[in-house]
Design a binder for this molecule. Sequence first.
Ligand code: HEC
Length: 236
Amino acid sequence: MIKRVLRAKWVITAILAIFLFITNCKHEPLINHIPGPVDTTGNGGGNADDTTICFERDILPIIVTNCAKAGCHDAITKEENRNYTTYSGIVTKEDIKAGFPLQSKFFVELNTGQMSQAKYGNLNAAQKALIKRWITEGAKDGKNCPSKCDSSKFTYSGAIQPLLDKYCVGCHKPSSLSGNTDLSTYAGVKDAAVTKNTLMPSLKRSTSWMPLGGSKFSDCQMAQIQKWINAGAPNN
Ligand code: HEC
C-alpha cells in the first residue's frame, strides 16, 4: 500500500516536471543559433573562422555610410533627433528592442519602411541580414574589435570593392553622389583612384577624412588600397 502511494507520487511529480519543461521551452525567445557567416559585406580579406559580430567593425560602418549622410542622421543634422554615428545614438529604447528585430523600429524602417528606399539608405540584402542578426543577438556594443584585415590581399573583388561597399558606397553612388565621386562601380573607383587621384588623399586627410563621420582607415586597410593602386588598379 505505502509502496503504491509512493509510486503514484513519483508519477505525478514526473508528469508535472515534463509539463513544466514543455511550457518553459515554449516561452523561450527564438534568438539563438542563427547561422551564417558574419562578414558577408567583406572587410578586405576576411577571416572565415571569426563569425562573431562586433558592432564597431561590422555594423557601425554600414550605418554611417547609409544613414549618417549630411542632412540626414549625421552628428550635425541629427534628423528626427537621431545621430547615427555612435552606438548610443543608434541603440535607443525607442528604436531597438534587443533580441527582436521585427519589433525594432530601426530595423523595420530600413527593411521595409521609408528608409528602405533608394533615395535614403537602401542597404543590400547581406547588410540587412547582418543588422537583423546583430539585433537578434542582443544589439550589443563592441569596440576595439580584432581586425580581419590582411594587407597581403588586395584584389579589387576580394578586398577593395568589399571595403568600399561597406564604408563608402552609401554616400558615393549615383543616387547619392557626394564630392562628385561614384564608388559603386569599378570605373568610378578607378577614376577616383588613378585619374583624379583623390581616393588615397581623401583617406589620409587630417580633418574630415573619408569615411566621413567614421573612424580613419587602419594602416592595413590603407595599405590594401595603396598596393592595389600601385599595381595599376586592376579589375581583378
Ligand atoms: C557619410 C557620407 C560619406 C561617407 C561615408 C564617405 N564619404 Fe566621401 N565624401 C562625402 C562628402 C560629403 C564629400 C564632399 C566633401 C568633401 O570632399 O569633404 C566626399 C568626398 C569624397 C571624395 C572626393 C574628395 C576630393 O578631394 O575631391 C572622395 C575621393 C571620397 N569622398 C572618398 C570616400 C571614400 C573612399 C569613402 C569610404 C572610405 C568615403 N568617401 C566615405 C561623404 C562621404
